[in-house]
Write a protein of this length. Sequence first.
Length: 217
Amino acid sequence: MDVRRAGERYRGGDPGAGIDSHHAFSFGPHYDPDNLRFGAMIACNEERLAPGAGFDEHPHSHTEIVTWVVEGELTHRDSTGHETTVRPGDVQHLSSAAGVRHVERNDGAGPLTFVQTWLAPSAPGGAPAYELVPGIADSTPYAVAGAAALLHVRRLAPGERAAVPDAAYVYAHVVRGDVRLAGEELRPGDAARITGAKGLEVTGVTAAELLLWELSR
């Protein structure tokens, strides 16, 4: 298990424009040849947008993009005609396939924080697709079939335990609260990269929310 602390993330974005980004992997000008990906995961970005701030229209291709809102509301518009508001507890999935353009903004009155994960697809090409799942339940994993991945959301009370998926690769990201995993205490923004996970449990030290990515490749 490789633990990466919140303070070790690469800082990016444009603070003057109200965009504060924290990257878990090499991203843009932050190039680290030893930190390019973990399994199919190629990015896990924490984004903080001030009211009125956002990312103007930009392209993506050959990437499965999954967004989890922590605080506030995210406005999404894309070139396939989707326009949605993503709120805490919703899972947004944009399959960029052969190419799509989108806009992400904070059109609300308060701050916006979201975690966005990028996964490399199992095969290139195809048509772009979009899905928004409102209020996903803890017991319902979300499948990103194009990347052979499953997202498990765990909301833990203090002392509550949950199983970590047995998988070739597991990426655990703490959204809020403190948890204990394989003897390590993880806090908000911390992550653990586990290879060959088997028989592990995670325990809430405080009330906590955790994203567990089960990656088969």
